[in-house]
Design a protein around this ligand. Structure first.
Ligand code: GLU
Length: 495
């Protein structure tokens, strides 16, 4: 079945917001399709009506679009095409379920919820291995069925799982996998509300959509023998299967919110770059050579292969993601970074700062923060002093570890005077302030620290002289003056 054009799909259920694991599945399928010149399909598996989550479909599609994962076909919507929705394809599943009954591979089951609950409780009491169904309706006669129908009971349709034998398939990642049929239940194919279960809809669609490779999360492995039996019963040729390695947290437990496994759109909102995110996700279970870490999108497409998907679990490291995002941030040009940063600053800076923010001004700030930025949502708090009118900080910070109040006031007043005539350009600012420190008999480290707090309100900030140059003379002088005043008013002279 692998000959011919590759066709793969990403088939999320909109039962929650898509987390990194889901999107990793989408990405691997997409990379494989792009690598092989095949087609990538998005199919929303929304037949579990009770578990649908409002907004989940939008979050899934937004996440894909943000990463640039595009799909190749689907029903027409407003000039372009949307993903497939299983809820719009119910007739296919119902028809197939009826065909399976006619062929003797499925049957109608009239058991009520209460009966099933009772049956399970009794089994538990007898310590029998738990089955979800005891096959009570499997061998009812046509007359018995007719009688139950006449009572108005709407049945479910169940698959007649073979009572013995084994089901085998070859997984492209795990190798040969074998399940004993006696461990498999007579699973429900069509529910009494007329909606298919995941198993039926998934198999019907993968066949109708001519999917060649199913690449999905490891957790679906136990569903696969059921699907293989269904393919056989329907006389469909099964696609090839590849179950992707699990993603674990750094403590080797199942990945959860605690490890940072939030929805993909939250990463976007925190200011991760899509190109960094794609690179990071691609390495969760795939590698080229166990060494290379940085891949452009084109390189990923060029090199991706199922053979290089690992059998062992992948470890999700937030530190690695942050590192990688920093690498990608440093690769951006000043213009690009300014453009991408602007909406985050707009959102994060206090409302008191007048809008619109100046792109030109941001372009001056960018080179000062680019080196140390790991993600964009930090930017507004780390550089708000470039924008605010008045700084708020504890006056004691001005003294640093060593300065006396007297020296600090002296330093600020001397700087105020000297800087009136200075050119606000990093080099000459440095020269001016360095010689001033010597004249005052202050250590440069102490004096520069004082200037840093006075002009930015913080002890750690981007390089001092460049920062002062960007802030400009007027603002710096005002701040130095305010600092001297603050120091006099707020700090006791105890040193
Ligand atoms: N709807 C399933 C999910 O939510 C799809 C599993 C599969 O790819 O077959 O992940």
């Amino acid at each position: 079945m692998s000959q011919g054009k590759v066709r793969v799909r990403y088939a999320p259920s909109p039962t929650g917001y898509p987390h990194v694991g889901n999107i990793r599945t989408a990405l691997f399928n997409w990379l494989f399709a792009r690598h092989s010149g095949g087609s990538f399909i998005v199919r929303i598996e929304d037949t579990d009506v009770n578990r649908r989550v409002e907004g989940a479909v939008e979050a899934i599609l937004d996440g894909l679009r943000w990463l640039g994962i595009d799909w190749d076909e689907g029903p027409e919507v407003g000039g372009s095409y949307g993903p497939y929705f299983q809820s719009q394809r119910l007739d296919f599943y119902r028809k197939t379920a009826r065909l399976l009954i006619e062929a003797g591979h499925a049957y109608t089951c009239y058991c009520s919820g209460e009966r099933l609950a009772r049956m399970r409780a009794e089994m538990a009491q007898r310590k029998e291995s738990m089955r979800s169904y005891d096959r009570h309706c499997r061998d009812l006669s046509p007359a018995e069925r007719a009688k139950l129908e006449a009572q108005g009971i709407v049945p479910v349709i169940r698959f007649k799982t073979p009572l013995e034998g084994e089901t085998r398939f070859n997984d492209l990642i795990k190798g040969e996998v074998t399940f004993d049929n006696t461990t498999l239940d007579d699973l429900v194919l069509l529910k009494s509300d007329g909606y298919p279960t995941y198993h039926l809809a998934n198999v019907v669609d993968d066949h109708m959509m001519q999917i060649t490779h199913i690449m999905r999360a490891d957790e679906w492995l136990s569903s696969t023998p059921r699907h293989v039996l269904l393919y056989n019963a329907l006389k469909y040729e099964p696609p090839l299967f590849a179950h992707l390695p699990m993603i674990l947290g750094e403590d080797r437990s199942k990945l959860s919110k605690r490890h940072g496994a939030t929805s993909i759109t939250e990463y976007r909102d925190q200011g991760y770059l899509p190109e960094a995110m794609m690179n990071f996700l691609a390495l969760l279970g795939w590698s080229l050579d166990d060494r290379t870490e940085l891949f452009t999108r084109e390189e990923l497409i060029k090199h991706f292969s199922i053979e290089r998907i690992s059998k062992t679990s992948a470890i999700f490291s937030m530190d690695k993601l942050n590192w990688m995002n920093g690498v990608y941030i440093r690769k951006l040009s000043v213009d690009e970074l300014a453009d991408r940063l602007l909406p985050f600053l707009d959102k994060g800076l206090p409302a008191s700062i007048s809008r619109p923010l100046s792109r030109e001004y941001i372009k001056h700030i960018v080179p000062l923060i680019q080196e140390r930025l790991t993600k964009f949502d930090q930017a507004s708090s780390s550089c708000d002093f470039f924008f605010t009118n008045e700084l708020t900080y504890d006056a004691n910070l001005l003294l640093g570890k060593k300065l006396s109040k007297e020296d600090a006031v002296r330093g600020l007043e001397a700087a105020l005077e000297r800087l009136q005539a200075a050119t606000f350009e990093a080099h000459s600012l440095e020269e001016t302030l360095r010689s001033l420190a010597a004249e005052l008999g202050l250590k440069t480290g102490d004096f520069f620290g004082l200037m840093r707090v006075a002009t930015t309100g913080r002890t750690a900030a981007p390089p001092l002289f460049q920062t002062m140059a960007v802030l400009g003379k007027e603002r710096c002088l005002k701040r130095i003056q305010a600092a001297a005043k603050k120091l006099k008013a707020e700090v006791q002279d105890f040193r």
